[in-house]
Design a protein around this ligand. Structure first.
Ligand code: PEP
Length: 243
């Protein structure tokens, strides 16, 4: 096995039922054999899953670490699965910042997600200050060690490298900087897990139609996690086609 290619979209807190028309447009131009995932707001998961009928994967943007119970406003992994999700993004930097999620929280959620049969897309990434201080590789290694649980396999886990300073800013690391982090992640996962070398490694942060081809050509980049440019088929379609 080798790492699977994946183009993943994160709609964040954007979109409504009318926005599902974008998915129709995306499906229209989709070629066979390419793995595509869209993670809409939770309220749209069931409608999107019904609409796409398995032609692309649908995912959540977070889940709770507990299987059920008194957790107002939260969503259990099994509920995501029941709604039609096959994946869930965990540890996105916006969740780490807005909800103070730690690596241990992310790992606990990942275990719950795997128990429910979901594939996790676990996000890691350094801040601007950490990169400037030369701490990038250490930060990513620490996040990987703490956020990726021991039950991870190449079949149930995808890792997304998303520098915090590149998200939604139009700034991207150099190709060498992306390659350096991805090579380290590949080595680290290969050392820790039997099939760790086959875990798909996505780059995320200001991926656009204009830079996707170049980013996908970087060694150890198996695809992208895309925020803003995943909202419109006119942008996401060309990114998917570049994979
Ligand atoms: C993201 O939030 O996961 C992301 C990569 O956002 P953007 O593509 O908008 O930078």
């Amino acid at each position: 096995m080798t790492a699977r290619k994946l183009a993943a979209g994160n709609w964040k807190m954007n979109g409504d039922r009318a926005a599902l028309a974008e998915v129709d447009a995306l499906l229209h131009g989709l070629s066979e054999g390419c793995d595509v995932l869209i993670c809409p707001p939770a309220v749209l998961i069931a409608a999107m899953a019904d609409r796409v009928q398995g032609r692309i994967a649908v995912g959540g943007q977070d889940c709770h670490a507990k299987p059920s119970g008194a957790h107002t406003g939260d969503i259990a992994a099994a509920q995501l699965r029941d709604a039609g999700a096959s994946h869930v993004i965990l540890g996105h930097s916006e969740r780490r910042a807005d909800h103070r999620e730690t690596d241990a929280d992310v790992a606990a959620k990942a275990i719950a997600a795997h128990d429910a049969g979901l594939v996790t897309v676990i996000c890691v990434g350094e801040t601007d200050a950490q990169r400037d201080a030369g701490e990038t590789l250490n930060v990513i290694a620490t996040q990987l060690a703490g956020s990726v649980p021991d039950c991870a396999t190449a079949n149930n886990t995808v890792v997304a490298y998303e520098p915090v300073w590149a998200i939604g800013t139009g700034r991207t690391p150099t190709n060498d900087q992306i390659a350096e982090v991805h090579a380290m992640m590949r080595r680290t996962l290969a050392d820790r897990f039997d099939d760790g070398a086959d875990v798909s490694l996505l780059y995320g942060g200001s991926v656009k139609p204009g830079n996707a081809t170049e980013i996908f050509a970087i060694a150890d980049v198996d695809g992208a996690l895309v925020g803003g440019a995943s909202l419109k088929a006119a942008d996401f379609g060309p990114i998917v086609a570049a994979l």
